[in-house]
Design a protein around this ligand. Sequence first.
Ligand code: PEP
Ligand code: MG
Length: 549
Amino acid sequence: MTIYDGKAVFEGVAIGKLSVYKKQEQSVKRVKTDDAEAEKKRYEEARNTAIEQLKGLYEKAVKEVGESGAEIFEAHQLMVDDEDFIESVENIIETESVNAEYAVAQTGDNFYKMFSEMEEEYFRGRAADIKDITERLINALSGAGAGGIQSEEPVIVVADDLAPSETVQMDKDKILSFVTVHGSANSHTSILAKTMSIPALIGCPVPLDDSVDGKLAVVDGYEGRLYVEPDDEVLAAKKKLLLEEEEKKNLLERLKGKENVTLDGQKINLYANIGNTKDLGLVLKNDAGGIGLFRSEFIYLGSDDYPTEEEQFAIYKQVAQTLAGKKVIIRTLDIGADKQADYFDLPKEENPAMGMRAIRICLTRPEVFKTQLRAILRASAFGKISIMFPMIISVDEVKKIKAIVEDIKKELDADGFAYDKNIELGIMIETPAAVMVADELAEEVDFFSVGTNDLTQYTLAIDRQNQSLDEFYDSHHPAIMRMLAMIADAAHRHGAWAGICGELGADLSLTKEFLAMGYDELSVSPGRILPIRKTVLETNVAEYKAGRK
Ligand code: PEP
Ligand code: MG
């Protein structure tokens, strides 16, 4: 038995034969040519072929891993069409009177070097993408096809490194795991592996030769280890672990389509948190009952200037339509503190977390707020949208907001736009002040959603960004637990519903407690929905309450 240690990028266990993946050899020859125009034409055709292949890969990846995982193939299409790259290739063809393959290989090398020498890690990571598109273009020029991994039986793929396109082209049914000698945890390949839920190791110094090819092996993504020709003891232990894992996975899969209801009949909504439309695939895949927090500020953060009403309307409409009548809670702009966009030109503050952020910006810059509200309200004609306001501290703020919403509704009536006249309005409870006046606030709104990330920071006086305070950060602090109970009670006393959309909502050790408190909804990252559903289905709330007294 030989053991190789690597870095796990996705948990899980795989047992099977190793298959050493070798990239297609491409030796590019420099060939002199008199017909530069013909070479440029060949290059153009190769670009079209590459784009078609990438479109196909994109479609495949969207189905398998959702839009965010597939994004890389859109990025590759842009790279193939990149003007600087094209100009460089054409220039080499013309000035050196050489074949297109050679010009592409030269340009690819130059761009690869440029990216890998950049200071920012993100750009260094993109160097691998340059290599990937260069190989694709050369293959297209030489008619070598799109490449791919072939194997008859399911295998553990070992490789020097894997390009994102290689990972996605793998027939997942035949791939148990992959192990690479190189690769970074932030690479798209790692991200894809996570989304595809395949156990994977990177940085594993395994020899890529016959000493491993075809041998039985175990990948343990918990330990970050590869066992080649494991002894009987290791094999038996890992087989047991694998069985347990498979049981867990099957169980979760079987929970799709099931209602979130406890043994004694209490129901709870399990919704997803999203940052942008690219996460929608995961929302559907994980069987979310709706979207409980759409962090709309990411639209602003991804823009160079204030996003217009039309731009925002298109996004909100897409989300509402995709969710097809399921609830979509759009949180209005929560910018400031750690989320900064230059064009807002916010003054530098001593204490940004306690400064001009979220609803405070919206109320002091009504034109920005109104643009967003018009876009959300217009999109509400296309699905079931609710609006949620962040960082509330007073009833007065809520009254002001409601008056603005009423004004916008009148404007839209006058402009002839359709919208949901009974649109739900809710607030985030994420300041201790809001907890203390929760009864009065509940009279004003349809729902509360607790932002435990900020509520914990403001209650414990611990900056959520400051890692050195981790030892003091107790997310189960009794102060927070009592506040959570108070918030749900206050909402229910006044006919409002209550949910949790901060990270604590996904804490499985508290699911029973949240049910006991009477929470109506938990909004969590999509991958957490089925594990929570499992706990809900196994809980008897009355028994749990009796037991904790
Ligand atoms: C929170 O504060 O818990 C929350 C959900 O909002 P954000 O993390 O975006 O501040
Ligand atoms: Mg918050």
